[in-house]
Design a protein around this ligand. Structure first.
Ligand code: ADP
Ligand code: ASP
Ligand code: MG
Length: 485
């Protein structure tokens, strides 16, 4: 017997057929005598529609959110109708979902009147998607013969009030999860918990950032002492690159926590970048599996590092970033300029994704999210006003037309020739390199390119470096019998 936390993503709960498949997966696993905790996303597309409704209302459009509400009512009632044959269950679940959609309309009306959508109210609006999906999935489980109940994560995951990207207060969260969830699991009831959201100590709803349900599952899985956390999605596992960019992308059977964290951080959408954090210290393995191909092993993520012959296992890209350059002849040998520059960046709450400094010390350049670029430039200029006055620094500017391409794989620094092969692939694709940096870990090398070159760069590196080095005989070990094969 094992305790398994299973997170089902948007596509995995995106239609009545998909939810029925989820119910089958859970039923099989429970029949194998495992304890299961389910963490659910909103049905696919719902979070985007909720966001659009609120933003169009804030822009003065009083009808779009109403049309969205109608669409959401139809989408969810259709699922309820197809999944639940009993009238009693149908009516009670439909009432629950309807009142959440009423709440959406009320919130959007308020936003429309005020012409303002604060981060706080956006969290309240976007959390509704998971809250609507939760009762439907739990009822589908019950209909499939699995004892199940629902618990909103607003009672379990306690966060600070950094709305839209809330930080988790781990001690409070652990206490609540141990108190509320563990006894339910011990009674062999499957709790269905909302992904993506949490609440402050005062009970105000927050969210963990887009794609945050993976992180929710990791937090919940860690504190219920799961043996494994399974992320069910719509692809066969973590792949060598984004399959939408390179259709010949292949599934990686095993990866280390460090490697997958680096991939996620540098743009691989398959996992939220914080997912591995709660699980690493507890050594809880993660599996990424396909809801629509459940017998396939998927990808197993653990501490173990396998260095492959090509070293490079995957290539990712991150968009919507901006390269900031601070340049001046007088920077040479002046101590502290870099420290003050990054202090100024930190003041804007901007995350620095990579840094590269030229050896002549005449410029520092670094990458921040594009939405922060203007405020970062201003903040650096203010901080270095004295150096500007003395002409030690001539210019600070932002270039928004850039993206980062990152290659990931354990053991890169110790392997000669990796960079040469990567740059060879870029040359082959006629891609100009604007800046490079090794990651702080040994797992990555990042290259800044023009936005228009990203896709070609990824495809060329993938074909010439990643796929060239794939070893056909690395297979995932099986710590837990796959209950659905
Ligand atoms: P979910 O709703 O299940 O969380 P997401 O859409 O958030 O699913 O993430 C899965 C998607 O991530 C895949 O459909 C795929 O298009 C995309 N993706 C990007 N990079 C990768 C990668 N390296 N491996 C697998 N999938 C990737
Ligand atoms: N539904 C949320 C989103 O679309 C969270 C998630 O799916 O992980 O961002
Ligand atoms: Mg996701």
């Amino acid at each position: 017997m094992a305790r398994i936390t299973m997170k089902f993503g948007g596509t995995s709960v995106g239609s009545p057929e998909a939810i029925a498949q989820v119910a089958d997966i859970v039923k099989h696993t429970v029949d194998e005598r495992h304890e299961v905790l389910v963490v659910c996303s909103a049905m696919s597309g719902v979070t985007n529609l909720l966001t659009e409704g609120a933003l169009t209302a804030a822009a003065g459009n009083p009808t779009r959110y109403q049309a969205i509400a109608t669409h959401l009512r139809e989408k969810h009632s259709n699922a309820i109708r197809q999944l639940l044959p009993s009238d009693v269950e149908r009516i009670s679940i439909r009432d629950e979902v309807d009142s959440l959609i009423d709440e959406f309309e009320t919130l959007c009306y308020g936003i429309y009147v005020l012409r303002e959508a604060s981060h706080r109210v956006m969290d309240k609006v976007t959390s509704l998607g998971e809250r609507m999906a939760m009762p439907i999935i739990s009822a589908a489980l019950r209909h499939n013969g699995v004892s199940s109940t629902t618990i909103s994560a607003s009672y379990l995951i306690v966060t600070d009030d950094q709305f839209q990207n809330a930080g988790v207060l781990f001690d409070d969260t652990e206490r609540r999860i141990r108190r509320e969830l563990v006894p339910v699991l011990a009674q062999r009831i499957v709790p269905v918990v909302t992904g993506f959201l949490g609440a402050t100590r005062d009970g105000v709803i927050t969210t963990l950032g887009r794609g945050g349900s993976d992180y929710s599952a990791a937090i919940l899985g860690a504190y219920v002492d799961s043996d494994e956390v399974w992320i069910w999605t719509d692809v066969d596992g973590v792949m060598t690159t984004d399959p939408r960019v390179a259709p010949d992308a292949q599934v990686l059977p095993v990866l280390s926590y460090g490697e997958v964290a680096e991939m996620a951080y540098f743009g691989a959408k398959v996992l939220h970048p914080k997912t591995v954090q709660p699980l690493v210290d507890r050594n809880i393995p993660i599996r990424v599996k396909n809801t629509f191909n459940p017998s396939f092993d998927g990808t197993l993520l653990t501490h173990e590092e396998h260095v492959t012959p090509s070293t490079v296992k995957a290539v990712t890209a991150i968009r919507d970033v901006s390269m900031i350059t601070v340049a001046g002849r007088g920077m040479v040998g002046v101590p502290g300029i870099a420290a003050r520059t990054f202090a100024a960046v930190a003041k804007q709450n901007a995350n620095v994704l990579m840094i590269s400094q030229s050896s002549s010390e005449q410029s520092i350049c670094f990458i921040v999210p594009e939405e922060k670029s203007a405020s970062v430039v201003e903040s650096v200029q203010d901080e270095l006003a004295h150096e500007y006055g003395r002409q030690d620094i001539q210019r600070t500017w932002a270039d928004d037309d850039v993206e980062i391409v990152t290659v990931v794989g354990a053991g890169m620094r110790a392997t000669p020739g990796v960079a040469a092969r990567v740059f060879g692939a870029l040359k082959e694709a006629s891609v100009n390199v604007l800046a490079i940096a090794h990651g702080a870990s040994d797992y990555s090398l990042s290259i800044v390119v023009r936005a228009a070159d990203t896709e070609r760069a990824v495809q060329s590196i993938h074909r010439l470096v990643v796929l060239n080095g794939i070893s056909p005989n690395v297979h995932a070990p099986e710590p837990i019998k796959n209950a659905v094969s």
